[in-house]
Design a binder for this molecule. Structure first.
Ligand SMILES: C[S@@+](CC[C@H](N)C(=O)[O-])C[C@H]1O[C@@H](n2cnc3c(N)ncnc32)[C@H](O)[C@@H]1O
Length: 303
């Protein structure tokens, strides 16, 4: 008999470009020093993506009473909702997909992937099937990328993982349990403004400003996130700060490539800006990966 019940720690259920797992400690250092003892907190994450910060923060700070997540990607948000409301059905669907896919040879796996990708892009399937295919495609596509074409169709090719874990039932159940106190929205980040108040913390992780002219823009959704959008986000930070909400925002540092580039230093000059070290795919590095700095911008004074 087990004396101590094992508790599964909920981790992101998908791989997402820009995932923030490596920056969790920096986010923690940017929080107010008494954050763990504050009461009646609301946490808002308007660009949730794979939710690395969401799952970590809700488990590290059980004093967060309520959370709100948002993303513009409809299929991603549909998947969060299905995990919240109908996780057992999702697990059954994924486990069926896993037992169909894994025994196939390389060529048949590719055909199976392409068939499911076409079905996913048909947008005629139920939310449960959308969620199952979203996770399946993420686990079996090239590098776990999410990229769509100008028509919004997912177009990442098949990857070559030998034994991908398509159905991680334990983690999905753990995520579902965490999501019970989360309100899930799908839209533009600005729609989360109504939650700003003295007991609210926002964490923003918008799409990166490309750090080289040639680095390909990662298209999570069919509309991009250019400098005008970055300024619209800064204006939003101004608005929520006036309503006494706290915020922490991360972004790539253009100074990595051009030491004179000071776009973020200028637009956020009235907030606190820290530079921390991270590892990221960059084109200027021969291996495509290198140490870069990440900007952590906030209005938290005592951090
Ligand atoms: C850098 S990713 C977030 C990564 C996330 N922190 C993680 O750990 O996986 C940026 C996210 O912003 C979303 N996005 C892009 N434009 C948006 C907008 N205008 N409003 C809300 N979300 C948006 C994208 O779909 C993407 O999921």
């Amino acid at each position: 008999m087990r004396l101590v019940e094992e508790i599964t720690i909920a981790r992101p259920f998908i791989k997402w470009v820009g995932g923030k797992t490596q920056l969790l400690d920096e986010v923690r250092k940017s929080l107010p020093s008494d954050f763990a003892t504050r009461k009646h907190l609301t946490y808002v994450e308007p660009f949730v993506g794979g939710g690395a910060v969401l799952f970590w923060i809700l488990q590290a700070y059980p004093n967060i009473e309520h959370a709100v997540i948002n993303d513009i990607n409809k299929e991603l948000i549909c998947t969060y909702r299905v995990i919240q409301e109908d996780v057992e059905n999702l697990i059954e669907m994924l486990s069926n997909i896993q037992s169909e896919y894994i025994p196939l040879n390389a060529e048949s796996r590719k055909d199976y992937f392409m068939e499911k990708r076409t079905l996913f892009n048909s947008k005629t399937i139920s939310p449960e099937e959308t969620a199952a295919l979203f996770i399946f495609l993420n686990r079996t596509c090239f590098n776990g990328l999410y990229r769509v074409n100008s028509k919004g169709a997912f177009n990442v090719p098949h990857g070559k993982y030998v034994n991908p874990r398509i159905c991680d039932a334990e983690n999905l159940r753990a995520c579902s349990s965490i999501l019970q106190k989360v309100e899930i929205l799908c839209g533009d980040f600005s729609e989360t403004g109504c939650y700003a108040g003295p007991r609210t913390l926002y964490y923003f992780d918008p799409p990166y400003k490309p750090i080289t002219e040639t680095s390909s823009f990662t298209s999570y959704a069919k509309d991009g996130f250019d400098d005008k959008e970055q300024i619209r986000l800064r204006d939003f930070c101004d608005q929520i700060s006036k309503r006494k909400a706290l915020f922490v925002a991360s972004n790539s540092d253009p100074k990595d490539v051009n030491p004179k580039a000071n776009f973020f230093d200028i637009i956020y000059n009235h907030f606190i800006i820290k530079r921390v070290s991270a590892t990221r795919m960059i084109n200027s590095d021969a291996n495509g990966r290198g140490a870069v700095s990440e900007l952590m911008i906030s209005n938290v004074v005592n951090a």
